[in-house]
Design a binder for this molecule. Structure first.
Ligand SMILES: Cc1cc2nc3c(=O)[nH]c(=O)nc-3n(C[C@H](O)[C@H](O)[C@H](O)COP(=O)(O)O)c2cc1C
Length: 210
């Protein structure tokens, strides 16, 4: 199957087969793909929580209108945006870059200023958190595609109460906020949604050529 065939094959899975668990090496491939996601200035303004614990998932399900994916999927991935993009956060990124590239931090002074300006530009109200959340969605898109490539099912979900998730997962203390989630696993063959034709706007009503 080509990647396009796999994107056609995938669907937002409502009913997972709770008896099937994703092998560690495949789960790690999905996680690594998310870690490799690009982000503005390379800041990786989000973290990924990998939830397998059943007791925690029961609490999360209650905060997500009891959608069954939270309990039945093999794992639940929670994309959490950084809420404190301060000087210390930028400094840590600069230090990491200097270390990985084996250069002095002073050579990155101009770049650091540019990041600072980018952050200042977005410092009104919730703009900075929304910016971080957008980066999380890039990770989400990559995760859905890589999961499909590996023959894994998933369901992107915004249908949950972020404040309750933050509380259950202790995210506030970590300067994070739950943004979007992705239960991953294997479809249950009796999920009625498998049969539904994919609905997308026709190409001529979607693409705009200039
Ligand atoms: C950001 C986002 C949030 C979504 N939230 C939910 C959700 O809370 N529950 C759910 O069952 N499906 C959710 N969906 C799935 C969409 O309804 C689904 O992707 C869309 O109808 C297209 O269908 P397909 O993914 O099966 O092709 C969400 C999808 C996205 C991308």
């Amino acid at each position: 199957m080509s990647l396009l065939d796999k994107l056609e094959w995938r669907y937002a899975t409502k009913k997972f087969d709770s008896t099937k668990k994703i092998p560690a090496d495949q789960l790690n491939q999905v996680l690594e793909a998310i870690r490799l996601a690009p982000s503005s200035y390379g800041l990786q303004q989000f973290r990924l929580l990998v939830v397998s614990d059943h007791a925690i998932r029961e609490k999360l399900a209650a905060a997500a209108w009891n959608q069954p994916q939270l309990l039945e999927a093999s794992h639940v991935l929670v994309f959490a945006a950084e809420t404190k993009l301060d000087t210390a956060f930028v400094d840590a990124n600069i230090e990491l870059t200097a270390k990985v590239r084996n250069i002095g931090t002073e050579t990155l002074a101009g770049w650091k200023n540019m990041i600072g300006d980018g952050i200042k530009l977005r410092s009104n109200g919730d703009v900075l958190v929304h910016w971080a959340q957008k980066q999380a969605y890039i990770g989400l898109g990559i995760a859905i595609s890589v999961a499909a490539e590996l023959g894994l099912d998933s369901c992107p979900m915004e249908g949950f109460d972020p404040e309750e998730f933050d509380q259950i997962l202790g995210l506030k203390e970590k300067n994070l906020t739950a943004t979007v989630i992705l239960p991953v696993g294997y479809r249950s063959e009796d999920d009625g949604y498998i049969q539904l034709a994919k609905v997308r706007r026709p190409a001529d009503e979607f693409f705009i050529a200039y």
